[in-house]
Design a protein around this ligand. Sequence first.
Ligand code: CU
Length: 457
Amino acid sequence: MNRRQFCSQASIGLVGAGLVRRAAAAALPEAASSASAVTQVPPAPGSGRPFHPVVTLNGWSLPWRMKNGVKEFHLVAEPVVREIAPGMVAHLWGYNGQSPGPTIEVVEGDRVRLFVTNRLPEATTIHWHGQILPNGMDGVGGLTQPRIAPGQTYVYEFVARHAGTYMYHPHADEMLQMAMGMMGFWVTHPRDPEAMRVDRDFVFLTNAYDIEPGAYTPKVNTMLDFNLWTWNSRAFPGIDPLVCRLDDKVRIRMGNLTMTNHPIHIHGHRFVVAGTDGGWIAPAARWPEVTVDLAVGQMRAIEFVADNPGDWAFHCHKAHHTMNAMSHQAPTMIGVEQQKVAEKISRLIPGYMAMGSTGMSEMSRMQMPLPPNTLPMMTGEGPYGPIEMGGMFSLLKVRRDQKRGDYTDPGWYRQPRGTQAYEWRGELEPVARAAGPGAQPAAIELKVKRRPHTHGL
Ligand SMILES: [Cu+2]
C-alpha cells in the first residue's frame, strides 16, 4: 500500500467511524464523499457480515452504517469534477463527489436501505441493474415510482438476494444522465466469504464522453461518435494498472453503460468468463477466452491465474477506443507527398506541419500545442517510447516480488535477457516471388530501408 492509498483508506475509516458516532441517532446516514481519482483499496468491513472487498479502478467503495440489522447507504446525485487523465478535467454528474459513483458492496442476504438525495438541477431515479427485487424498488421513473425532484431524498429498501456483479444508474432522462457520467458498480458478495475466493478482485465500468477539445461538459446528444472512451471515467494513461503478485487468482468485473460494445482483450493470459449480471456460471460451462465482448448493458466477470510475469496490455480491441480526442473527419494521408504544398502553406501560416504521410504514429511523437483541457490522441510513455494508446487501455502488471494485497505500481517490467524481440542485423535472404499476373512488383522490396539501431538491447 502506498502512502496515498493508506491516507485515503484512513480517511474512509474516519468517515465510517464518524458515521457511527455522530449520525447513529440521525435518521439519515451521513453521505461520505471523495473527489480523488486515486484507487482507494477498501479496508476489511468494520461492521455487518464479513467479505473480501473489491478494488474499484480509480475509485472507492461507499461506507455504510448498520441500523437494526439493516445496511444503510446514502447516495447523493450531484454535479462533480472528474480528472479524465492528467491534463484534462470534465464537468460531469455523478454520486458522492465522483463519476462513476462509489461501489456498493453487500453480502448475499443483506437487507439494504439506500437513501438517495438529488442535488441535480433535474429529477432522477436509481435503477439497481440486475437485482431481483420488489417492483416498486426498481427505480424506473414514471413506471415504478415518481421521479426524485431536485432537493428530495428517496429511500430504496430490498434484500440483496443473489451473489454477483451488478450496477446502478438512473432511469430518468437517462440518455442525458448517463452521457453525463451517472452510474456506479454494485457487488453482492457470497454468504461464505471463502467461497469463490480470489486474491485480487477488480471492478470498472466502461463509459464514453463527447467533449470538444478545450471544453469541459460532454455533448449529451451524441449517439455513437464519442471522442473519449473511458473506464471509470478515466482514459489511459489516467487508468491505474491492475497490479498482481505472480500466481495470484484474479477476477476482473466489468460493466458496459456506453452506446456500443467493447471487446475487452488481455495479453499473455487466458481467462474464463465466470459470471454475468445474471449470476455465476457453473464451472463446467465456462470456456477459455482472451477477448470477451461486453455488450451494451452487460456485465462480465472474468477469472484467471496471473502466472506470466510482465507488463501486459489490457484494452478494448476496437482500435478507435484506445485513442483520445481525435477528429474522425481527418483524411487519410498515407502515401500523399505533402512537402511542396506544406512549403506553400508555411508561407501563409508559420509553423504549419504536414502530417500522416507515413501513417499516424508520428503524431504520438510530436509535441503539438494542444488547446487547454484536452488529451493528446495517442499518449502514454513506455520504457521504449510512446505506447501510442489512450482511451480504454491499461496494464496488467504481474510481478513475482509484489507483496500480498499490495497494489503499488511496481514500475516497468524488465524482461530477462534473451526474452525480448530484437533487431536482425545480418543479411536478408532475397524473397522468392511467383511470376505472372497478380505477382507483387519487385520494386516494393527495394523500398525497404534499414532503420538505424536505436535501442542498445
Ligand atoms: Cu471499446
